[in-house]
Design a protein around this ligand. Structure first.
Ligand SMILES: [Zn+2]
Length: 105
């Protein structure tokens, strides 16, 4: 297993998987998120401490490699982001009247 080094108090910290920038812990909500940097084939990626430990648990349960899991998740994320319309173009159909004009969110 990789021995993670966590970075605290980096005001520019963000997570490559969940996009989180604010610390979700209620006692530390005034602090930036805690991140660790992983060296992947495509370059270094910062993950928040929550995503990191989730992936460690997944790796232990599935006997998979942590970096392989992160690569897979980043690939899926890229596909979803690429195929999803931007938020400004996203519309929701009204379920009770599918022919009605869509509502912008
Ligand atoms: Zn995260």
């Amino acid at each position: 297993m990789i021995n993670p080094t966590f970075t605290y108090n980096n005001p520019n910290a963000s997570c490559a998987l969940c996009d989180r920038k604010k610390n979700p812990h209620p006692d530390y909500s005034h602090e930036p998120i805690v991140t660790t940097r992983l060296k992947l084939r495509r370059g270094d990626q910062d993950l928040c401490i929550n995503c990191y430990w989730e992936i460690v648990a997944l790796a232990m349960n599935s006997q998979a490699n942590i970096l392989d899991i992160v690569n897979e998740k980043l690939n899926m994320r890229r596909l979803i982001t690429k195929n999803a319309p931007s938020i400004s173009e996203r519309y929701i159909r009204q379920p009770d009247n599918p022919n009605a004009a869509s509502t912008k969110i």
